[in-house]
Design a protein. Sequence first.
Length: 419
Amino acid sequence: MKITFLGGTDSVGRSAILVESENTKLVLDYGVALNHIPGFPAHVSPRDIDGIILTHAHLDHTGAAPYFYVSKRTPLYLSTLTLEYTDLLLKDFLRLSGYYLPYETIEVENMVSSAKIIEPGMEFEVGDLTVKFLNSGHIPGSIQVVLEDGGGSRLLYTGDINDIDTRLLSGADLNYGKLDAAIMEATYAGEEHPERSKLEKEFVAEVYSILDDNGRVLIPAFSVGRAHEVICILSAYNFDYPVYVDGMAVKAGEILLKYSSKLRDGGLFRRAWGMVDWPSGWRDRKNLLKKPCVIVSPAGMLKGGLAVFYMERLMGKPENGIFLVSYQIPGTPGDILLKTGKFIVRGKAKQVKARVKHFDFSSHAGHSGLVKIIEKIGVDAQIFLMHGEPAKMAKLQSLTEERGYRCIRAELLKTYEIG
Ligand SMILES: [Zn+2]
Ligand SMILES: [Zn+2]
């Protein structure tokens, strides 16, 4: 087997890998870099490819995939939830950034109709490759891939991975068996997350402290995954103030409700969904702010969406709370808010008087989680790190090398021989 990294080797964005066996070529993820102008992975001719595997719906793994459906119907292998969420996110991406994209809605539709649904735990064959999907614990529908060629060489690609249980998902399945090589994400190499149950308690207590003082809490959250993790946490603590979900998180929640049996605790999500409400229009949105409540709405980094509408209304009063619940990419409005306490309204930086807090409810393994995954991969496998910052990945590399693991940073466009 040969692998070539087409993108995503030195940052989070445009993850894409080409895998070649004796007679089969597969692409694992084909994402974009989410800059002002989207960045694409290296080119592969759709004619040369036997199939595409998407590990999960995030655009840094899927945003360029419709490109393969301009002229050809390449088989697409993914889970039901990844299919539904990819469709939702790609169509939204087209609405926002269509001008920069080399495809249109018709290509997204061709892609969706080329899907072959494979759920975590299932195995299938493409040419001389046997492929197995394993739960990755990252977002609903996310998987890792294990590929085995005719000669018995085995390769793991983790996609984005979380080793711990969250409210929505069980931690990643780390039962890999013997591996010859592994490609793993390293977003949080060198960094630990706070202990989850302690973080949840602190979060719920902070939300109550704002509401009990007659304030409102805005939780900007990504519509797939995080928004629903947040409402599950509140529901698990029998939260008793009104909670509203808005924007695309409503549609994404309806999808999750349809597939709640695929979650770690479907009952908890159904209870949480029963507890929340969503505004049906602008009048509702203005009215719900009259009483203490929680609003969970995208965009998670305040880059747009209805979160900005609520932000502009809530930021001026010290009794309100703005609680960020995910990593904030440097330079995004959420990041600027955390660093300067300011938010830009119609071109003007304004001081935010509401209480601003950050809660690290990550869906990626922290440093010790990555080390645990490396231990499961084993000393015999060549490990390639990607999807992280070079300095952080170098740290993980040297720490694990000391312990005998064969860990290197993947290089862009370099082809490696496996097995
Ligand atoms: Zn992801
Ligand atoms: Zn990613």
